[in-house]
Design a protein around this ligand. Structure first.
Ligand code: NAD
Length: 495
């Protein structure tokens, strides 16, 4: 018998192990010790989950529910998550090593997603289309898309699951959630709360396993209607290709190389806080990381000095300790990748003014700590300026005027987010409109909300999550024509 906590998958209302009997262990990134096991699902499990979600979609127990009844289930789920927020936060921090103060902050806000979309469930209105014939009534109604496969990454497992589940369920879809192989536990805890809230069997299924094994089995099933994916470029590309085979609807939330632009009239103390939060929160492992700092040449040295001072002498430690200021990186592959980028930037001639190396953690920890790192003198051709690092590494570039700042900011394949720091309103308006990014913050950074559409321009993705647009993404429109006229003409008599 294993000493680890064992989780089971939720398929069609049953808690089950993988059909193959295989398991995967999940480590606490701080100690590198495994703390739980989850089933390593495969093709047979994927098929069973799709069977369950397809059956539940047409079952009157779900399909026959009034929208207000769906809303009540979502409100109940929100209450259950709220009641267990701290416990769920601890599970997430154990799985991905994120600081407990950050996971608690996320968990406390997750119920808002379920409540917001619960409130929209009975506001899915259709329309009447004018057609010029008094005997003909042409209506539009919106119906749920069908079975949704929701695939999530390891950096914010439950938050990103909520972004998908809340609108999908409010719209009347059924869902198969596949969390990251590194962080499956909290999604399985969520499945238990979904069961407790009283959702009919099979409406939400949670399957666990490797992306490369389970993902294709789920996305390649012709019976699903949509795949909603959050993750990296490679996984996103694989999912998009496979979805095309079956013309599945797709939304993709991918990576970023977001610029934080500091003009010479900025409030520098606020900008420094925004920049450090932008790149060093979650040890840099966020899609919206402000990983490129574009700073006006006249204040370049002052801003860099203040950043270095703000990021010096920080407490590296246990993510479960609220006093910890720097947590480890989540996984060994991520750790290796970040150090590779640091070595590459050094070799390419960028100047490392802070960090630039792995750090020995406190006693009892293992070695996944990387110092907050700042490079100056970064040019646009460097990998550090072009590729997503997904770690605590800031690339600083100087600019001389607004046009140059905009050109550097937009010189990227990505377009997820951008920050603008200026006290000049005219400049703020002009610059924000010209930035090619799905979210632009002015004099703030990292704000997201259940009500505010979120998604990427260019290779940062397709579609939007959150807000009213997210509901539409889980609905399809049916056009209905009613004829009240007396006679239907015979086509062969047409003259
Ligand atoms: P990843 O792409 O490796 O994995 C994401 C999910 O996709 C996991 O559940 C994984 O198992 C699955 N997956 C992997 N290959 C697959 C395949 N071939 N078919 C189906 N599923 C597959 O990403 P990650 O390392 O877990 O997360 C980091 C990435 O996520 C970063 O690039 C980050 O920018 C991105 N991200 C984006 C957002 C956003 O909203 N835009 C939010 C968070 C993270």
């Amino acid at each position: 018998m294993s000493a680890l906590r064992d989780y089971r998958m939720m398929i069609g209302g049953s808690w089950c192990e993988a059909a193959s009997g295989a398991w995967m262990e999940s480590e606490f990134p701080y100690s590198r010790q495994p703390w739980c096991r989850v089933p390593r699902g495969g093709e047979a499990d994927a098929r069973a989950a799709v069977d369950a979600a397809v059956a539940a979609f047409d079952d009157p127990a779900w399909a026959g529910l009034q929208p207000m009844a769906r809303a009540k289930l979502l409100f109940r789920l929100a209450d259950l998550i709220e009641a267990r927020a701290d416990e769920l936060a601890e599970i997430e921090s154990r799985d991905n090593g994120k600081r407990i103060v950050e996971t608690r902050g996320q968990l406390r806000r997750i119920p808002d997603w379920f409540r917001y979309f619960a409130g929209l469930a009975d506001k899915i209105e259709g329309g009447v289309v004018p057609n010029g014939n008094a005997d003909v009534l042409n209506l539009t109604v919106h119906e749920p898309l069908g079975v949704v496969v929701a695939i999530t990454p390891w950096n914010s497992p439950l938050l990103l699951a909520a972004w998908k589940l809340a609108p999908a369920l409010a719209a009347g879809c059924t869902v198969i959630l596949k969390p990251s192989e590194y962080t499956s536990a909290s999604s399985l805890e969520l499945a238990a709360l979904i069961e407790e809230a009283g959702f009919p069997l099979g409406v939400v299924n949670v399957v666990t396993g490797l992306g490369g094994e389970l993902g294709p089995a789920l996305v390649g099933d012709p019976r699903i209607a949509k795949v909603s994916f959050t993750g990296g470029d490679a996984g996103g590309r694989a999912v998009y290709r496979l979805a095309a085979e079956h013309f599945h609807d797709v939304s993709l939330e991918l990576g970023g190389k977001s610029p934080n632009i500091v003009f010479d009239d900025a409030e520098i103390a606020n900008a420094v806080n925004g920049i450090t939060g932008g790149i060093f929160a979650a040890t840099g492992q966020t899609c919206i990381a402000g990983s490129r700092l574009l700073v006006h040449r006249s204040i370049h040295d002052e801003v860099v000095d203040r950043l270095v001072a703000a990021c010096t002498g920080l407490r590296f430690g246990d993510p479960l300790d609220p006093e910890t200021q720097v947590a480890p990186v989540a996984t060994q592959p991520q750790f290796d990748k970040i150090l590779g980028h640091i070595d590459d930037a050094k070799a390419a001639g960028a100047t490392c003014v802070l960090g630039g190396e792995a750090v020995a953690g406190p006693e009892g920890s293992d070695t996944l700590f990387i110092a907050p790192t700042i490079f100056t003198g970064v040019t646009g051709d460097l990998r550090l300026a072009r590729e997503e690092v997904f770690g605590p590494v800031l690339a600083v570039m100087a600019f001389d005027d607004d046009e140059e700042a905009i050109a550097i900011a937009n010189d990227t394949d990505y377009g997820l987010a951008a920050g603008v720091w200026t006290m000049n309103m005219r400049r703020a308006v002009r610059v924000t409109r010209r930035l090619k990014a799905g979210t632009v913050w002015v004099n703030t950074y990292r704000q997201v909300s259940h009500a505010s559409p979120f998604g990427g321009y260019k290779q940062s993705g397709l579609g939007r999550e959150n807000g009213m647009e997210a509901m539409a993404a889980f609905l399809q429109t049916k056009c209905i024509w009613f004829n009240a006229g007396d006679a239907v003409p015979n086509t062969f008599d047409l003259r």
